[in-house]
Each structure stands twice: as C-alpha cells, then as structure tokens.
Ligand binder design. Structure first.
Ligand code: ADE
Length: 225
C-alpha cells in the first residue's frame, strides 16, 4: 500500500513512521509512505499557501491552487483509490473504515491547517473525509498519523499471528475483555480462576461475556449500531 501525505508540516509527521508497527510495515515493504510539503507548491516568491476567507471572519484558509498542483502531480503518476481529507467536520474514524482502507493500494491524505481548505478542494478532489474525534486539533498531521497507524497495522502480513487484529477492541463492535499476566496473585488481587483453568472453550465464553459487559457499561452506543 502506498500512502502520500500532503502537509504544511512534514516534520510533525515523520517520527510515528520511524517506530513500532508502522516502521515494521515499511521495512517489510508492505507500506510505503511519502510526505509532500505543500509549501513546495506555494504561490509566488513567498510560496503563499493561504488567504483570508471571503465574507470575513477569523482564520486563514488554504488556497486551492497549491493543493490542486500537488494532487494533480501525484495523480499523473498513478491512480488513487481514495483522496482523504482530515478534518473535524467529518464522520469519525472507526475500525470498519480502517479495515476497508487497509485493502486499498494507493491513497492520498490531505491534512488541513488554520480554518481548513477552500471548499472547492473538497468538492473537486476529496473522495473521503475523516475526523478522529469531536475536538479540534491545530492541524490534521497528528490525525493523519493516527489514521495511518490504524490502517497500516491491518495490512495483511504486518501483524504476526501472536498480535492478530481479530481480537482487538471494535473488531466485532465490542470492547476488549480484561487481560492479565504473571503474577497470578498480586497483593491479594487474583487473576480470575477461569483464565488459569486451561479450559479454552470456557475461557472464550468468559472473554465474550466480559467484552459484552464492558461495552454495555462504557460504550453502549456500540451495541446499538
Ligand atoms: N484536524 C483538526 N482537528 C481534526 C480532527 N479532530 N480530526 C481530523 N482532522 C483534524
């Protein structure tokens, strides 16, 4: 999978791709991530990227020309399955979206800044808009890193069997059940007997029950979906 990220702050984005599962996916050749500095497509000698919004109001808006130039240059080189815009005014990212994006071959992620991008960028180029939650970040870079992490770990071959994504929270619209490791007793707090029993069908049943209980308590909205 190839991911092209268009950003005004590439340096904000690099580190998450240099560690852990995203690095492993890149090293294994399962994911390729390229950063494109929007400034390189800026207008005039000042490489201008933004301007005041028509109609007045606080906050600068990213102009269409630099973004169009960058997207069209990429599109001339290959076909993209999705051109995603990270923005708080969109549907919230969930596991189903991450699953479906992990099967794509080429995607572009556009990160916004300031007041966002000229609406005509969204109308002309964007095929999917994603928010990572109901709060506003300074820019879309950290949101893009989160999206990439959620997607890249699901690319077939990235996780080993021992870390299978199938038992993650949300994979079946349930939160994960509690997990324990050694010691089996700590300051009087015991690991539930069932987990030490070796009775795997019963353990599975217990885990499902706990996952359901936890979901009902913390995220009942998931059960209604
Ligand atoms: N840019 C700013 N806030 C954001 C959010 N919550 N999700 C995605 N992109 C954003």
């Amino acid at each position: 999978m190839r991911i092209d990220i268009i950003t005004v702050a590439p340096e904000l984005l690099r580190s998450p791709f240099e560690h852990s599962m995203m690095k492993r996916a890149i090293d294994k050749g399962l994911a390729e991530v390229h950063f494109h500095n929007l400034r390189d497509y800026g207008i005039g000698s000042y490489k201008k990227l933004d301007d005041m919004q028509f109609g007045g109001g606080a906050g600068m808006v990213l102009m269409i020309e630099p973004i169009a130039k960058c997207i069209e240059k990429l599109q001339a080189e290959r076909t993209y399955d999705e051109i995603i815009y990270m923005t708080p005014d969109a549907k919230t990212l969930n596991q189903a979206t991450a699953n479906s994006l992990s099967l794509k071959e080429n995607i572009i992620i556009l990160t916004g800044h300031y007041k966002g991008v000229d609406q005509r960028v969204r109308d002309k180029y964007i095929t999917k808009e994603i928010s990572i939650g109901d709060y506003v970040l300074t820019g879309g870079e950290l949101a893009a890193a989160i999206l990439c992490d959620a997607v890249i770990r699901l690319i077939p071959g990235v996780l080993g069997d021992e870390q299978s994504a199938l038992t993650d929270s949300f994979q079946d619209n349930l939160l994960s059940p509690p997990v324990y490791t050694r010691p089996s007793e700590y300051e009087g707090m015991k690991v539930p007997d069932i987990l030490l029993s070796g009775n795997f069908p019963k353990i599975e049943e217990w885990r499902n029950e706990k996952a359901y209980e936890r979901t009902q308590l913390i995220r009942p909205d998931l059960l209604n979906d």
